[in-house]
Write a protein that binds this ligand. Structure first.
Ligand code: IPD
Length: 308
């Protein structure tokens, strides 16, 4: 089954292989999105083999910014494989990767240019503990909008793909969100960070969590922002909210949810800005409105991903 999972992503559009948008404000890039899909699918398959094998071993890690921010040899191996492989075929594209493909010193800028946004392993803490909720996430953006998304969790055999305006697929089968509109009937996913936020933010987050816990049907946390977005796209969860995810955590998953019929936005209700470190994804726009109302007093703003 998984062997066929890429076919929907690779199915060539009728004469639309070249993406040359001319809409106002957009740049007329001559990008072959079919070729991008083909190249990224093949590389993600290779990377997934690495991740699957590494999930069977004892994982040695180093800490980065704090005790909850980890990196392993596998994170770096996978990022190298993906970035080097893509760069060979698309040398003039921009690359933003979690493990330093673009240096934090200059900030990571999302421009109109063709841009790959890569998380080699999302859910690294899970991975280190042998918890299967860890996956690879690759997104391709053009003119500041997502064109392609691939999220692959090899341990659970979940391979989700989406292409703008062509739907979202799980292991080759088209999927939709749950369609849930009511918060009181919703399974809500929520990720929390303790070590890199001050006491004020921690109190706000805690108050929001209690509020959600009382108003939703139930609250869960997987430890992987990408997996959370996949679960909303699959209809296995109804909503996901997080303050502080990075752009590589949401760049692919946002397209999956939208193509599955869901809504992705800023937790204050505005347009999603993947550099803002804030995200809300819901099965329906109606559920999105209810979540935005509930979150109105619990907004957290942090240093953006594109700030040096
Ligand atoms: C983290 C995980 C975590 C989420 C963080 C992410 P990483 O990614 O997705 O669940 O709460 O926002 O940064 O470090 O495991 O790749």
């Amino acid at each position: 089954m998984l062997r066929f999972a890429w076919q929907q992503l690779l199915r060539r559009g009728s004469g639309s292989a070249k993406c040359c948008s001319t809409a106002s404000g957009k740049v007329n890039w001559n990008v072959d999105v079919d070729k991008c899909a083909e190249a990224s699918c093949a590389l993600v398959d290779q990377a997934a083999e690495l991740l699957k094998e590494a999930n069977k071993e004892i994982r040695v890690f180093k800490t980065k910014a704090n005790n909850q921010d980890l990196v392993t040899v596998t994170d770096r191996q996978i990022e190298d494989l993906l970035v080097c492989g893509l760069r060979r075929q698309f040398p003039d594209h921009v690359y933003i990767g979690e493990e330093g493909t673009s240096g934090p010193a200059t900030g990571r800028q999302l421009t109109n240019q063709p841009t790959w946004i890569i998380d080699p392993i999302d859910g690294t803490v899970n991975f280190v503990h042998g918890c299967p909720y860890n996956c690879i996430s690759v997104a391709f953006w053009l003119n500041r909008q997502p064109e392609l998304a691939i999220c692959y969790c090899p341990t659970l055999q979940l391979k989700l793909t989406a292409r703008r305006k062509r739907g979202c697929y799980l292991n080759g089968r088209q999927i939709r969100t749950s369609g849930q509109r009511e918060l009181r009937r919703s399974l809500v996913l929520h990720e929390m960070h303790a070590s890199n936020m001050g006491d004020d933010h921690r109190d706000t987050l805690w108050a929001m969590t209690v509020n959600l816990f009382c108003r939703a049907q139930t609250l869960r946390s997987t430890g992987s922002a990408v997996m959370d977005l996949c679960l909303v796209a699959m209809g296995a969860a109804d909503a996901y909210v997080e303050f502080l995810p990075h752009c590589w955590d949401v760049a692919a998953g946002a397209l999956l949810v939208r193509e599955a019929g869901g809504a992705v936005m800023d937790p204050a209700g505005g347009e999603l800005d993947i550099m803002s470190r804030r995200v809300l994804a819901t099965a329906t726009p109606e559920l999105g409105c209810q979540m935005v109302q509930l979150l109105a007093d619990s907004q957290i703003y942090h240093k953006r991903d594109d700030q040096p």
